[in-house]
Design a protein around this ligand. Structure first.
Ligand SMILES: [Zn+2]
Length: 309
């Protein structure tokens, strides 16, 4: 039910590593006109709800890369430094930069341009394509009591806190490899779903994955990180948000119990709360949200199609 910020289940395909994920859709481009920069991996197409990935090598200690896509700038992060074996430049080190860009459900489809920027100046552009995803439309039913929560006056304060948390972006990468599904539960509602309430199509779309499970079932952190939000909200109920670093955030909604505090460092798989039905929901379930630079992507994509070594 939650629609803050910003498919029928796609087949669950597990890709073994980004190298393999992107090998079929990669462009290998060399580029060394104005800066010593080379894109070594890039996914040039993505479906709505997925992400775009770019990896580049830079021979410049002063580099500060970012991406501009769909009118939005997002930071890239330096992940590795290695010795430069090339004899054509004198620089002793090459730095590897990675950029992840969310393609949320409402992204415009068709051809788009990805701009790579260094120190805010465009140094390269690449053509890409966003492929439409057929998101389902589902009617939902809410009790009068739960519906009354939708018009609470303190809602703007909740939204302010949530948006602020989604903007937080620690530069240190805490996440490692695969993201874990926080509970084993029945899929009740998909990311991207449009909803009809009382005969009216609601604005926006469902920004997470609803997993049905018994009240009290333990919820596990999807990856290593730090708790950036833990508290009670009108529509979200008891909610925990974890910052995994470099733009990755996960959210856990409608908990019956929260077992962590803001500022706590958590390990992948650590229990952070229990399944409940707090907030605007009918039955106990976990609403699991996955965000990249503040924009929601499909949790099933992150869980089943994305893996990273
Ligand atoms: Zn939900």
């Amino acid at each position: 039910m939650v629609e803050w910020d910003l498919a029928k289940v796609q087949t669950r395909v597990r890709f073994p590593s980004p190298a393999k994920v992107f090998s079929s859709i990669l462009l290998f481009i060399s580029f060394s006109h104005t800066t010593d920069l080379k894109i070594v991996q890039i996914s040039t197409s993505a479906k709505q709800g997925e992400l775009i990935y770019l990896r580049s090598e830079v021979i410049s200690p002063q580099a500060n890369l970012s991406l501009n896509f769909l009118g939005k700038d997002v930071p890239c992060y330096q992940v590795v430094t290695k010795k430069n074996k090339s004899e054509t430049t004198q620089a002793s080190e090459i730095t590897i930069w990675e950029c992840f860009m969310a393609i949320p459900a409402d992204s415009p489809i068709g051809k788009q341009t990805i701009k790579l920027l260094d120190q805010d100046k465009a140094v390269m552009s690449v053509n890409s394509e966003i492929i439409p995803t057929a998101f389902p439309i589902e009617p939902i039913v809410l009790s009068e009591e739960k519906k009354s929560l939708l018009s609470k006056e303190d809602r703007p304060q909740d939204l302010k806190k949530i948006k602020q948390a989604l903007k937080s972006e620690s530069k240190t990468k805490k996440w490692e490899k695969e993201f874990l599904q926080p509970i084993q539960g029945k899929i009740e509602s998909l990311y991207g779903e449009k909803r009809i309430l009382d005969g009216e199509l609601k604005k926006g779309y469902h920004r997470g994955l609803d997993l049905g499970a018994p009240e009290g079932a333990p919820i596990k952190a999807a990856n290593h990180g730090e708790v950036i939000l833990a508290g009670e909200f009108i529509e979200e109920g008891n909610m925990v948000m974890i910052d995994h670093g470099q733009g990755f955030i996960t959210a856990y909604l409608h908990c019956s119990k929260i077992l962590v505090r803001k500022g706590k460092k958590v390990k992948k798989g650590e229990v952070i709360g229990e399944v409940g039905s707090t907030g605007v929901v009918n039955t106990p379930h976990l609403h699991f949200g996955t965000y990249i630079h503040g924009a929601p992507i499909d949790p099933l994509y992150l869980l089943n199609k994305f893996s990273y070594n």
